[in-house]
Design a protein around this ligand. Structure first.
Ligand SMILES: CC(C)(COP(=O)(O)OP(=O)(O)OC[C@H]1O[C@@H](n2cnc3c(N)ncnc32)[C@H](O)[C@@H]1OP(=O)(O)O)[C@@H](O)C(=O)NCCC(=O)NCCS
Length: 267
């Protein structure tokens, strides 16, 4: 567990004196450490330094650099360690929430996903990539749904945007499946490797996400609550010790039949 050096609420109010800004800062400072999210097939968790070799290997593929903004190619030795080391600071200063996408069946690191947070507009930009061997199996959409749930339900963001090169329809399709709305094209909005390219902008607002979530059929096996949040909810009806043990079983085992009902977990 990492210690939190986040802003206290008093400091946050001085820096962000208005309601919305204060709201997100307060939310992030109370969610410490950065949580792990669970989906049926994935664990979406904070990075650890031991992810560095796989991060370098998978992100080092040309196909990843080709359609992402900042991933270099070739991926320099040591860069993964430096980037991972910066992520806990980014969480604590409320500027970003970066997560490793891991196969929950075998703990294999598969890719990365995260939010760049703009407190001033209570919004974030979603970014993601998945190692080439794992493409085309719905993993990115599954991880991104957990991140959107975290962004709106836990961080209380108002808007999450994302953009993709118009020649990268797979990423556009992920955004579409997430329920994001297409907002337009920035002509020559990207400059990478000396080449300007068009980027499409998509976004989803908190009210749209809530509406979509309400419209979805109940799926007790899919929930993006952290183990700590599940334990806190269960502790309303059992001892803290029992709640912690059951929350661990639920989050580790993905046993839908023992997952708490939506009512219990509703905020
Ligand atoms: C974009 C990326 C993350 C998608 O990951 P993924 O796990 O394969 O995505 P999903 O399986 O959840 O969804 C991909 C969707 O795109 C569709 N798709 C794939 N290639 C496509 C193409 N050429 N044209 C149209 N749709 C395409 C898939 O069929 C799927 O849609 P479906 O479920 O309706 O069939 C992955 O390709 C990647 O890492 N690319 C390189 C990095 C990158 O571009 N990151 C995004 C930067 S904006």
């Amino acid at each position: 567990m990492r210690a939190s050096a986040g802003l206290g609420n008093a400091d946050a109010c001085v820096l962000f004196p208005f309601g919305w800004d204060e709201r997100i800062v307060r939310r992030m400072t109370t969610i410490t450490p950065q949580p792990t999210l669970h989906t049926p097939r994935l664990t979406v968790r904070p990075y650890v330094l031991t992810d560095a070799p796989e991060l370098q290997r998978l992100a080092g593929a040309w196909e990843i650099a080709d359609t992402t903004k900042r991933i270099p190619h070739p991926y320099p030795d040591g860069a993964a360690d430096i980037w991972i080391a910066m992520q806990s600071d980014a969480w604590e200063t409320q500027t970003a929430a970066s997560f490793a996408i891991v196969d929950r069946a075998n703990n294999q690191y598969m890719g990365g996903i995260g939010l760049s947070i703009v407190s001033a507009t209570v919004s974030a930009e979603l970014g993601y990539w998945l190692g080439v061997p794992y493409w085309g199996r719905g993993y990115c959409t599954e991880a991104a749904r957990a991140i959107l749930s975290f962004a709106f339900d836990a961080l209380k963001l108002h808007r999450v945007a994302a953009n993709y090169l118009t020649r990268n329809p797979a990423s556009g399709r992920v955004m579409e499946k997430l329920g994001m709305q297409f907002e337009g094209v920035q002509r020559d909005g990207s400059l990478k490797w000396g080449k300007f390219e068009d980027i499409a902008v998509c976004a989803i607002l908190e009210a749209e996400w809530t509406q979509l979530s309400n419209d979805l059929p109940p799926d007790p096996g899919t929930f993006a609550f952290t183990e700590e949040e599940v334990a806190a909810a269960l502790a309303q009806s059992m001892s803290a010790h029992e709640a912690a043990a059951l929350a661990k079983d639920i989050c580790d085992g993905a046993d839908a039949s023992t997952a708490p009902s939506g009512d219990l977990l509703r905020r």
